[in-house]
Design a protein around this ligand. Structure first.
Ligand code: AGP
Length: 366
């Protein structure tokens, strides 16, 4: 058992530390060209002709899809719809020839995702699977497959498969942008260069950045509620951080678009409520900072995930720093302190993080 965990106390911690490799393997031969991405699994003509993309997935894979939506729309200017697979399959969706449906599922066996993919294919859409498991059902139900290469994930809480899925979504968005001519060569080169640096950045983050996380966990692990806020690509990061904490620590969490706070969730804030805010550098950082101020005025406690070099001390009680990168790529780094925070809190509560109660690694029933 100890050998299987490679010296780590749990599979989840081991898998968190395998994330640099998961991204490196996933992008490796696909980012050989300095100014673009190669995805030979996907037909160029299909991508060039794509008018609309629909992404279906469950849980953490859904959050990876949300990040993909921002990247595809920003870089390739193709409209993207998203739905959780269990909703999509029962809402008689308008889908057909000309549409590309992407099913994201690390296991390749989630029943709802498979059903949503099959429905779309029956109606004439082209279906692409994004999965971590060779030969899984999703690969058999799809017209094409793009593999993540995270290696087998044992812990019920997905970590390394998430960053690998997000990396695939960036690759796909960059490939589409190149084929559609929507991103100039300088910007493509910049993004490919920064994407290739991410494994190194993850390594740095894991090597140096965990003391502050331990302090935050010590301070808040007995709380019964955490709120997560984010904007733009910071929002799916917040959603994923909140899911991780509830899954393994059984603390109730809510995650919201920061701009929605005044429309309801602000009523939840109390003295000392921990509010985790994804506040990495981006064109919407000023807006995020105003939200942090609104939270603090109510006496709640802001824990900010910030880019190194941006001083948010004035607006947050605690800051968890991540290396700077392109703002669109930040989710690959910003999610890591949130995974570790959930992990530390669950351990302090004495819980079995690898096998949380009531959860299965793969949901093959409805
Ligand atoms: C992740 O931590 C969860 N255990 C869960 O939400 C998971 O992401 C979901 O069940 C989807 O699984 P899949 O990627 O294998 O389809």
């Amino acid at each position: 058992d100890a050998a299987e965990k490679g010296g780590f106390e749990t599979f989840m911690l081991k898998e968190i530390h395998e994330q640099a490799d998961a991204v490196a393997e996933t992008i490796a031969d696909r980012t050989v060209r300095p100014d673009g991405v190669d995805l030979p699994e996907l037909d160029d003509e299909l991508l060039r002709g794509t008018r609309r993309i629909i992404i279906v997935a469950c849980g953490t894979s859904y959050h990876a899809g949300l990040i993909g939506r921002y990247a595809i729309e920003e870089w390739a200017r193709v409209p993207v719809e998203m739905d959780v697979a269990s909703e999509y399959r029962y809402r008689n969706p308008v889908v057909g020839p000309g549409d590309v449906v992407i099913g994201i599922t690390q296991s390749g066996e989630s029943l709802d995702t498979l059903a949503a993919m099959r429905l779309a294919r029956e109606r004439g859409a082209t279906v692409i699977a994004v999965t971590n498991i060779m030969g899984s059902q999703a690969t058999r139900d799809a017209d094409a497959t793009v593999y993540t290469r995270a290696g087998l994930e044992i812990s019920v809480a997905a970590t390394k498969t998430f960053v690998a899925q997000v990396a695939v979504m960036y690759l796909l968005a960059l490939r589409l942008a190149e084929l559609k001519g929507t991103l100039d060569v300088e910007r493509r080169t910049e993004l490919v260069t920064k994407l290739k640096r991410i494994p190194h950045d993850i390594g740095e983050l894991l090597a140096h950045g965990t003391d502050a996380i331990d302090r935050v966990a010590e301070r808040h692990y007995q709380q019964d509620f955490f709120l997560y806020l984010g904007r733009h690509v910071g929002l799916p990061v917040g959603l994923e951080g909140a899911l991780k904490l509830k899954e393994i620590s059984y603390i109730s969490t809510d995650a919201y678009a920061a701009g929605e706070m005044k429309h309801g969730p602000i009523a939840l804030l109390d003295q000392d409520t921990p509010v985790v805010v994804v506040a990495t550098d981006s064109p919407v950082l000023d807006k995020v900072i105003s939200n942090m101020q609104e939270v603090r005025v109510r006496g709640a406690h802001v824990i900010a995930v910030a880019s190194e070099g941006t001083d948010l001390a004035e607006h947050a009680e605690e800051t968890l720093s991540v290396p700077p990168t392109d703002w669109m790529l930040q989710p690959l780094l910003a999610v890591i302190p949130l995974q570790l925070l959930a992990y530390r809190v669950a351990r302090l509560r004495g819980l079995n993080v690898d096998q949380p109660r009531n959860l299965a690694k793969t949901v093959t029933v409805e």
